[in-house]
Design a protein around this ligand. Structure first.
Ligand SMILES: Nc1nc2c(ncn2[C@@H]2O[C@H](COP(=O)(O)OP(=O)(O)OP(=O)(O)O)[C@@H](O)[C@H]2O)c(=O)[nH]1
Ligand SMILES: [K+]
Ligand SMILES: [Mg+2]
Length: 365
């Protein structure tokens, strides 16, 4: 039996099985099996890696934003509006056939924006060129899920399911589970939770056996689900931030607009009417969590025209690396002015964490 058939069998069995206390356990195991086969499905096959078929666009700039959506929701229109790149726009589906990169210049940062072909349901199983598209989504710092405000509200759940199926988890922290494979010693199970609602030791043991893992340390530190646990043992999950962007709000009622705008992680726009596009770029910037740090030479004023862009939770060492590859080796200390400094300037070492807008002066040996 092929993998697709096995998946179908399990899905059918799950659909047949009534959800209740007595079947919960069995359903958990079925889920584990299903995830295992899905993961196999995603393993690269030789025939899908023909040269020129992939969407490998080199990463460039300070961060990458990827546009994902069904056909004709306005992804290319959006790229053409917020970057200098013109991506072909048309009223028919599958206008865009490859990845089109553009650059959003904002706060001195260069953010790479990738317009992609529209995906259809079943994309994660290889329908259309869906697998290539969703594979690019994995490389994003932020995913922009572009939705058509005039179409069915199911789009969002359908797309989320397609991304989930390739191991992408949107706006969710990594489950707090420590999992270590060992050479021997069997399975040790521990938890810091007073009680686990969805899992127990027996379930953990059964799932691990199913995955042919016989020696491992498991420490569960939150009340996680079976799915969370499987995500951790599979280990290749990507936890990515997502902004839901409803385009074409020129075509919906005021009431509907207000309802959508209140959903979490959501921005409502109209490319055609140029509505809210600046706000969208602000929100992309916020989601990326980039920081601007300014450098200052001894005895000179800081250079506010040229910010260094670093990721949130960056240290002086990260700042050194973004100035020059070998700077950290010659580092003596740094002087910091701004929000991260206790007093200005504060003399700090490599591990000091910088904040947005800090001015930094690096003193070398
Ligand atoms: N009413 C309205 N139409 C829009 C808006 N933005 C884009 N469109 C139209 O929607 C159609 C599809 O736009 P595209 O930018 O080609 O959509 P896409 O998502 O890139 O489509 P594919 O590449 O085929 O997946 C075009 O006819 C656009 O003019 C909008 O804000 N309002
Ligand atoms: K189109
Ligand atoms: Mg397009």
């Amino acid at each position: 039996m092929g993998i697709l058939e096995k998946i179908k069998d399990i899905e059918e069995e799950m659909a047949r099985t009534q959800k209740n206390k007595a079947t919960e356990y069995h359903l958990g195991l079925l889920k584990a099996k299903l995830a295992k086969y899905r993961a196999q499905l995603l393993e690269p096959t030789t025939k899908s890696s023909k040269p020129g078929e992939g969407f490998d666009v080199l990463k460039s700039g300070d961060a990458r934003v990827v546009f994902i959506g069904f056909p004709s929701v306005g992804k290319s229109t959006l790229l053409s509006k917020i970057t200098e790149t013109k991506s072909e726009v048309a009223s028919y589906e599958f206008t865009t056939l490859t990845a089109i990169p553009g650059v959003i210049n904002y706060h001195g940062a260069e953010i790479q924006a990738l317009d992609l072909p529209g995906i259809i349901q079943g994309a994660s199983q290889g329908k259309g060129r869906g697998r290539q598209v969703v594979a690019v989504a994995k490389t994003a710092d932020v995913i922009l899920m572009v939705l058509d405000a005039t179409k069915s509200r199911e789009q969002k759940a359908q797309l989320t399911a397609e991304l989930e199926a390739v191991g992408i988890r949107l706006n969710r922290p990594k489950p707090d589970i420590v999992f270590k494979i060992k050479k021997g010693g069997g399975i040790t199970f521990n938890t810091t939770c007073k009680s686990l609602t969805y899992m127990d030791e027996k379930m953990v043991m059964n799932i691990l056996r199913d995955y042919k893992i016989h020696n491992a340390d498991v420490m569960i530190r939150e009340d996680c689900t079976v799915d969370d646990f499987i995500d951790v043992i599979i280990g290749t999950r990507k936890y990515v931030k997502c902004l839901y962007v409803y385009n074409k709000i020129d075509g919906i009622s005021m009431e509907e607009l207000e309802r959508l705008a209140r959903e979490p992680h959501t921005v409502v726009i109209s490319c055609e009417m140029n509505l809210n596009l600046e706000h969208l770029v602000d929100r992309i910037w916020e989601e990326l969590g980039l920081l601007r740090v300014y450098t200052k030479r001894k005895g000179k004023a800081p250079d506010f025209s040229d910010a260094l862009i670093v990721r949130e939770a960056s240290s002086i060492e990260n700042v050194c690396h973004s100035i020059h590859r070998t700077l950290a080796e010659h580092f003596r200390y740094a002087l910091v002015w701004g929000a991260s400094a206790k007093h200005s300037p504060q003399r700090v070492g490599l591990t000091h964490m910088v904040a947005e807008g800090d001015v930094v002066s690096i003193v070398t040996k």
